[in-house]
Write a protein that binds this ligand. Structure first.
Ligand code: FCB
Length: 455
């Protein structure tokens, strides 16, 4: 429990023009997995793998948002959102990942954008939130450099259709998590357990980000382009202060944070020698000219924050990774996921980014932050979580970090990847048997907070 007051009118005021939003992602809410010509994605495939998702849940129906778009936009209007972050399903638009465009897929996002604009809400699409077309996975997925070029093609097609009405774009969601969970550990789609051989997936995603940025700017002259990275402040346990522990913390920070922020913001990869990578070209993966593409100036850095990470030296250095993830010694409140609730970690993260990148840090947007709690409509713990984290953002702003917006995860309970429907992150409860939506206590609180932040 934080000591922050939860009365929305007592929270610090964020600067004028600060954007209040909520986030979702296509596979987690849309359903309609095979409708209107949509091609299969790696998640459609992965959920069928026995044991891959808790209780065999799938996103086939999810929140059925595809058929309930108007109802969901009405909920957003009720919240008074300034902006809504959603993702565009690549296989809905390009069923085979490249080539033939499915106009009915684009029509859906076209309707969504219009409905949002009618409600006074800025559409903020993410182009890749993990649902790669299966046809591209069959060609190697993000291990294949070509996928970066196909991603730029998808960006161009989507911007061509929506760019007359959409200004703010996010290229990738959490390339670290997609690489680590999808390709290194195999607990997310595409379910490959390559450990450190997954590294090329980092570069190919970032190359895709850079190429898509150029495509977006070519199609939409006033496009504002962001990348949404999952970032974590890395902490040592108080009982772990050896040189080995400090080296482990630095190595983890490199993998989780710097590998995805440095090349974009500074045009260079961090030293990866802790991972056995001493060749600056990563054995032919990083080619001449790539880093110029990757480091095209960003209009904003999206930051997804859930909790800090605690690290120690590896108990078994031969096991392959130069760190062990550890549990904190302090007692924190935990979300239903078991994640520690540490709002001040967000201030630490934001001021740390500013310290590290200085003037190279563009305006920051919190593109995800929220918590999973047990089912039920009364969720004072979520109110407390949000109040604490929004206060933490205000603290970072007071210390000179330029933060422009805050998007909570999530508008709706949804398909939480390998956890299926077991983790509920929504301001709105969803009954997955009927699709019924019921706003929670936190919904009214967030609505009041947004209203009280307006001049
Ligand atoms: C993030 C994902 C998002 C959601 C939250 C809880 O890593 O981007 O889709 O699953 O975690």
């Amino acid at each position: 429990m934080t000591s922050s007051p939860t009365d929305p009118t007592r929270l610090p005021l964020l600067p004028p023009g600060f954007v209040w939003g909520a986030s979702t992602a296509a596979y987690q809410i849309e359903g309609a997995a095979e409708e209107d010509g949509k091609g299969p994605s790696i998640w459609d495939t992965f959920v069928r793998r026995p044991g891959a998702v808790r209780d065999g849940h799938t996103g086939e129906v999810a929140c059925d948002h595809y058929h309930r778009l108007d109802e969901d936009v009405a909920l957003m209007r009720g919240l008074g959102l300034d902006a809504y972050r959603f993702s565009v399903s690549w296989p809905r638009v390009l069923p085979a990942g490249t080539g033939k465009v499915e106009p009915r897929g684009l029509d859906f996002y076209d309707r969504l954008v219009d409905a949002l604009l009618d409600a006074g809400i800025q559409p903020t699409p993410t182009l890749f939130h993990w649902d790669l077309p299966q046809a591209l996975e069959d060609e190697g997925g993000w291990l294949n450099r070509e996928t970066a070029y196909r991603f730029a093609e998808f960006a161009a097609v989507t911007a061509d259709r929506l760019g007359d009405r959409v200004e703010r774009w996010i290229t990738l969601n959490e390339p670290f998590v997609h690489m680590a969970f999808g390709y290194a550990f195999g607990v997310h789609a595409p379910g490959r357990a390559l450990m450190l051989d997954a590294l090329p997936v980092a570069h190919h995603q970032l190359l895709g980000h850079g190429l898509a940025t150029a495509a977006l700017r070519a199609a939409v002259p006033d496009a504002r382009v962001l990348l949404a990275n999952n970032c974590t402040p890395v902490r040592l346990r108080p009982d772990a202060r050896s040189d080995g522990d400090a080296a482990a913390a630095a190595a983890y920070d490199t993998l989780h944070n710097r590998l995805f922020n440095d090349p974009v913001l500074t045009g260079a990869y961090p030293d990866l020698s802790a991972y056995g990578m001493t060749d600056p070209g990563w054995g032919g993966v990083v080619r001449d000219g790539d880093l110029e593409i990757v480091s095209a100036p960003l209009d904003g850095l999206g930051v997804n924050y859930y909790n800090p990470s605690w690290v120690t030296a590896p108990a078994d250095p031969a096991a392959g990774l130069p760190f062990d993830l550890a549990e904190p010694q302090e007692t924190y409140r935990r979300t239903a996921f078991g994640w520690p609730v540490v709002p001040e970690g967000l201030t630490e993260l934001l001021t740390g980014l500013k310290d590290r990148y200085g003037d190279a840090l563009p305006p920051v947007w919190i593109t995800e932050n929220g918590c999973s709690l047990p089912a039920g409509q009364r969720d004072p713990e979520r109110v407390d979580y949000l109040a604490g984290h929004i206060t933490a953002v205000a603290d970072a702003v007071a210390r000179g970090v330029d933060v422009r917006g805050y998007f909570t995860w999530s508008l709706l309970d949804n398909f939480e990847w390998a956890e299926g429907y077991h983790q509920r992150f929504g301001l709105v409860e969803v009954d997955f048997a009927t699709g019924r939506r019921t706003p929670r206590t936190s919904f009214a609180w967030y609505r009041d907070l947004i209203a009280s932040q307006r001049p």
